[in-house]
Design a protein around this ligand. Structure first.
Ligand code: B12
Length: 333
């Protein structure tokens, strides 16, 4: 992946966040103020609280109201605009270019730069319409049919991955709810596990190297990318140890030693702030023996940065096979 500074907004100087006098912010009457607090909004959007405060001072947006106790409260329309701003920044636009724009202008910018746009695919549209109609059995059947017809690799690359992006776009556009995302996750997980099980059994016992441990770091609650990566690693005849979501660093280190792991594979969406990702990766790298590699994947723009020696970012699922082949070629077993 390329090293870029697109996510500099995360590392802008933020020392002023707590101590500098607050700017003139719309203050509401002491009672009847509704809005979302800064901690909740930062977590939902994938920014730090400091970044929100710096934007407020530097760009005049967001402009939260204040509770009677002086806490920042963000009204719904500012939350909607912040979500759009974050997606544009994730796509490489700069804060100074987007924060001052109206929501209509931002929507036009998103459309013209393809942010949140789905590539045309009638079969995937049909699956989404089943999910939207809560036709869950039909949705699962549709997935299983595609998976058995096309095979695991094609299912992962052509259905599961683009469908996840579609579901995310539909959620952001307000046409699917969070419970649809949960239903979607359940169906994808059970389909992938059904297909993976016999393959995993066949690979296990053959001593397939590298041995790959898969997990996410604290705060990253998305696991579908990890499961898709597990499918691709297994197809490349690696033995996988799937730890699931949010494993504390010291437990990762213990599992690496207990299972004689060669590679720790981590997945990151854009929910975790870039700085948390950089800190987590650096800390994990320090805790692991030097011969164990860390491979990071997922849509987080933070992965465009350059990391320490021994941390590699993999741009998507398709390159897994080649990256594993390189590892085998360059590793003396
Ligand atoms: C399903 C889903 C959920 C489920 C997760 C269930 C589960 N067990 O995983 C639930 C409902 C719990 C959920 C919750 C939330 N979600 Co959500 N979710 C999704 C969705 C639809 C798919 C998630 C996913 O697993 N993606 C990961 C994979 C599939 O995609 P990827 O990161 O692009 O990675 C690709 C490759 O890089 C590669 N890859 C991934 N990992 C790895 C690892 C390695 C080693 C390799 C080689 C490759 C690789 O595989 C993928 C295939 O294309 C996405 C939409 C999307 N576009 O991803 C939103 C999305 C990630 N969620 C989002 C948000 C905002 C949230 C919530 C904050 C609010 C909410 N929607 O409820 C919470 C936060 C939870 C948390 N603390 O992390 C946003 C994040 C936006 C942002 N900028 O921060 C997204 C993008 C939706 C959107 N369009 O806005 N979510």
């Amino acid at each position: 992946m390329t090293n870029s500074s697109e996510q500099d907004f995360e590392s802008e100087p933020v020392s002023d966040s707590a101590d500098v006098p607050e700017p003139a912010t719309p203050r509401s009457a002491a009672t009847g103020v509704t809005g979302i607090g800064i901690g909740a909004i930062a977590q939902e959007i994938g920014l730090t609280k400091d970044t929100l405060r710096v934007w407020e001072r530097r760009y005049g947006f967001p402009q939260p109201m204040r509770s009677s106790g002086g806490e920042r409260l963000y009204p719904q329309e500012q939350v909607t605009k912040l979500r759009l701003v974050k997606r544009l920044l994730d796509a490489g636009h700069r804060p100074s270019k987007v924060l001052g724009q109206s929501i209509d202008m931002l929507q036009q910018l998103a459309e013209s730069s393809g942010v949140g746009q789905d590539a045309p695919d009638a079969e995937l549209d049909h699956l989404i319409s089943l999910l939207r109609a809560s036709a869950f059995d039909e949705f699962r059947f549709g997935l299983l049919k595609r998976a058995t017809r096309d095979g695991l690799e094609r299912f992962v690359l052509d259905v599961a991955a683009p469908l996840a992006a579609r579901v995310g776009n539909a959620w952001a556009a307000g046409t699917l709810q969070v419970y649809h995302e949960h239903l979607f996750s359940e169906a994808i997980q059970s389909t992938l596990r059904t297909l993976l099980r016999p393959l995993t059994d066949a690979v296990r016992g053959r001593g397939g190297r590298p041995r790959v441990l898969l997990t996410t770091l604290s705060g990253e609650g998305h696991g579908l990318g990890l499961l898709m990566a597990e499918a691709m690693f297994t197809l490349s005849e690696c033995e996988c140890v799937q730890l699931g979501l949010q494993t504390p660093l010291h437990d990762i280190v213990e599992a690496v030693s207990a299972h004689n792991i060669d590679i720790v594979a981590l997945s990151f969406t854009a929910v975790l702030p870039a700085q948390s990702i950089a800190n987590g990766l650096a800390e994990l790298r320090n805790l692991l023996p030097p011969h164990v590699r860390v491979w990071a994947g997922g849509s987080s723009p933070a992965l465009r940065r350059k990391f320490n020696e021994g941390v590699d970012c993999i741009a998507g699922l398709a390159p897994i096979d080649e990256t594993v082949a390189d590892w085998r070629q360059n590793t003396v077993l």
